[in-house]
Design a protein around this ligand. Structure first.
Ligand code: HEM
Length: 221
């Protein structure tokens, strides 16, 4: 099996695993977000719970949709054989990203860890759509490799929540930090990793093989 196929399978495993976990946890196991909300103490603004929860449901649903549609669009088969579907699914991904960012904009001021966490989320609210729109601009200009690379950079941000929780757990359970501080470290740690990891992935997969350059869908840089 070649390197790209292995990478895609690993990505699919992580994405499908995390989508299942996020849907089950937030819609079935703890739909009131009691566990997460218990860490929110000393908020500067009053949190209107029913509204916050509804925004969170929309946020999670579209985050999962972005994760799923992005994953499907990285499939070589979809790209080669179902171009029209790839295009429509691509727009679905962009709309989902925008909805995740808008809902994030509502939740950011109440973020666990206070103002510093809020600032991190607002930074994400600028970076993610900017990267995603860059990918769109490149494909409108028919620059396939650049489009692919910027989509890899964009898709990485679908793992924001997963990474925040992994880093926060490490600092909270592993190193004994207070949960809100661990969460803030999680927000900034994930931003750093989500900017670095895609660069390593782009290097790893490199350019498409030259013998396919004339007909391969991602052959044009
Ligand atoms: C795409 C995958 C994502 C999923 C599955 C997801 C899921 C969630 C969930 C379940 C929550 C509720 C609290 C928690 O359990 O952490 C949440 C909170 C939040 N998410 Fe996301 N999210 C994703 C991506 C993002 C991105 C990319 C941003 C920023 C652009 C973002 C911004 C926020 C904000 C601001 C909160 C509120 C945090 C707080 O109250 O402390 N999320 N997200």
């Amino acid at each position: 099996m070649n390197r790209r196929k292995t990478l895609y399978r690993v990505l699919a495993l992580i994405s499908i695993g995390f989508i299942s976990y996020a849907l089950m946890k937030n819609f079935l196991i703890d739909p009131g977000a009691h566990g997460f909300l218990s860490y929110k103490t000393g908020l500067k603004r009053e949190l209107k719970l029913p509204l916050w929860l509804n925004v969170m449901y929309i946020h999670v649903a579209f985050a999962c949709l972005a994760m799923a549609s992005g994953l499907i669009n990285f499939s070589g088969r979809v790209l080669e054989k179902h171009r029209r579907f790839h295009r429509i699914n691509g727009y679905l991904y962009i709309v989902s990203v925008l909805i995740v960012v808008i809902t994030s904009g509502y939740m950011a001021p109440y973020a666990t860890g206070g103002k510093i966490s809020s600032m991190g989320f607002n930074l994400l609210n600028i970076i993610w759509p900017a990267i995603t729109l860059t990918a769109l601009i490149y494909i409108r200009k028919k620059q396939m490799i650049k489009h692919r690379n910027w989509m890899i950079r964009s898709y990485a941000f679908c793992f924001t929540n997963m990474l925040i929780h992994l880093i926060a757990s490490l600092f909270h359970r592993g190193f004994g930090f207070q949960y809100p501080d661990s969460y803030t470290i999680g927000v900034y740690g994930s931003i750093a990793l989500l900017l670095i990891i895609p660069e390593a992935v782009i290097r790893m997969i490199g350019q498409p093989p030259t013998h396919k350059q004339s007909n391969h869908p991602i052959a044009k840089g």
